[in-house]
Design a protein around this ligand. Structure first.
Ligand SMILES: [Fe+2]
Ligand SMILES: [Fe+2]
Length: 178
């Protein structure tokens, strides 16, 4: 299967995922109550992806509360401009075939045909603002803002180490495509 085909298949699996039994208990345990309404702004597929990201990090033994909350809220910014399935497929294909143009199309306001590209580029910053609005911790907001930022190979700061773990878990689930 080609890389683009693999990405589309990975994306479709994630896009059609639905919340599972036990997700609510994990939410109670790892998301401070004032942030629960923010989580419910995510689509059902995004909620399922967020919980899958959390489960991956827990399996790996991570315990940092901001990292675990970020697993649940890292894509919160997407709730500002929800996308249709076809718009998401368009992003997956464009990011695979025309990554530079996809990044350029992502500048500006989220309207017209560029909307999905703008959401892909700006949802981390929108998510940071929403977390702060909901009175989430600044460290959690920083992780959300930087969840797609490139990191050096030898991460040195504690937050960079958390970001590396989040990006690995998110990427392994096809989350950067959602
Ligand atoms: Fe994201
Ligand atoms: Fe994600």
């Amino acid at each position: 299967m080609s890389l683009a085909g693999h990405r589309v298949a990975q994306f479709l699996r994630a896009a059609f995922a639905r919340p599972a039994a036990g997700d609510g208990a994990l939410l109670e345990q790892h998301l401070p109550p004032p942030l629960h309404p923010a989580f419910t702004r995510l689509s059902r597929a995004e909620q399922a992806h967020a919980v899958a990201t959390l489960r991956t990090l827990l399996r790996q033994g991570h315990t940092d509360p901001d990292l675990l909350a970020a697993a649940l809220l890292h894509d919160l910014g997407k709730s500002r401009a929800p996308l249709q399935l076809l718009e998401r497929v368009l992003i997956v294909l464009a990011q695979s075939w025309l990554p530079r143009r996809a990044a350029r199309w992502g500048q500006g306001e989220p309207c017209g045909w560029r909307r999905p590209f703008v959401v892909a580029v700006h949802h981390p910053a929108w998510g940071e603002a929403l977390v702060l609005e909901a009175r989430g911790y600044p460290r959690l907001a920083e992780i959300v803002r930087r969840h797609h930022d490139p990191l050096p190979d030898d991460v040195r700061t504690p937050v960079d180490r958390l970001l590396k773990a989040l990006q690995a878990a998110d990427g392994g689930l096809g989350g950067e495509l959602l």
